[in-house]
Design a protein around this ligand. Structure first.
Ligand code: FE2
Ligand code: FE2
Length: 284
């Protein structure tokens, strides 16, 4: 398929609006275009392009269009309710393939989660927030690309297996408030990734799949940074609102997260990410 670059889309939109007497190089329009790109390869390219253009100063810190309620999705993978997902078959080669596929899907949704954070809350949070979250989106696009490359090398592809529906629920539930979004997406969901990824790395290394183990190690290193951005900006928001960050977090987790934030924790990774014991004591 022909992949439209966000630069082209933005230029085309700018031309249209210019002919109507307006100009629109707003970062929100570029972000929205990437979120509304369904094809996975095209979304990866569009996301990198938004980040590149933002960093090069080609997009304006302007928020002229709303973020979509739900990003565009490809026809495959088929999305299933978590309870309807087939069992992965622990320890088997197929089980490991299914795990890579599940992780690729998480990264695919993470691209849109990061884009949405930048586009939805950037106006209120400022340039640094947009820098950070567009950087995260570019990381997630890279993670997705690395995992789908592993799938292809192993004779599979993204979309070959069903995937977990409902990863966007947290985005929908927290679209009303940046503190709620940060409390749940980076500080609960991505932080959970810090806890479970070392086990995954070990599993692939034990099975002799060093390449996948290395990909997961790289993802883990990046995810520590993502959780740190989340925690940092969350603390900033709470301070501005005169709230105690651990108390506010505890309340938001109780309201929006229906699972349990429970050990075993990857203490060193959480510590590097700024999720201090003060935070964890409140919810674990
Ligand atoms: Fe990721
Ligand atoms: Fe992430």
């Amino acid at each position: 398929m022909k992949v439209a670059k966000v630069g082209d889309l933005v230029a085309a939109c700018a031309q249209l609006s210019a002919s109507a007497g307006m100009t629109d190089r707003s970062v929100s329009l570029a972000i929205r275009s990437a979120m509304l790109t369904a094809d996975p390869t095209a979304k990866v390219m569009a996301t990198r392009e938004v980040f590149r253009m933002w960093r090069a100063g080609l997009l304006e810190f302007a928020f002229t269009c709303p973020m979509p309620d739900v990003p565009a999705r490809p026809d495959a993978p088929q999305l299933l309710h978590p309870g309807a997902m087939p069992k992965r078959g622990k320890g088997s080669a197929h089980g490991r393939l299914a795990l890579i596929h599940a992780l690729a899907h998480i990264e695919f949704v993470a691209i849109d989660l990061a884009l949405d954070a930048a586009g939805r809350f950037g106006a209120e949070m400022g340039r640094q927030f947009v820098d950070d979250w567009l950087g995260v989106a570019a990381d997630e696009a890279m993670h997705f690309a690395l995992l789908t490359r592993r799938l292809r090398t192993l004779g599979c592809f993204y979309g070959a297996l069903p995937a977990h529906d409902g990863l966007w629920d947290a985005a929908r539930d927290t679209a009303y408030d940046v503190a709620a979004r940060l409390a749940i997406v980076p500080m609960v969901l991505e932080a959970r990734g810090l806890d479970v990824t070392p086990g995954g790395i070990e599993k692939f290394a034990r099975a002799g799949d060093e390449r996948t183990a290395r990909v997961l190690q790289r993802i883990l290193d990046d995810e520590i940074r993502h959780v740190r951005f989340g925690t940092m900006h969350f603390i900033d928001v709470c301070k501005k609102r005169g709230e105690s960050p651990p108390e506010a977090w505890k309340m938001l987790v109780a309201r929006h997260f229906h699972g349990a934030v429970k050990p075993p924790f990857n203490d060193s990774a959480r510590h590097q990410a700024g999720l201090s014991r003060e935070f964890m004591a409140g919810v674990a």
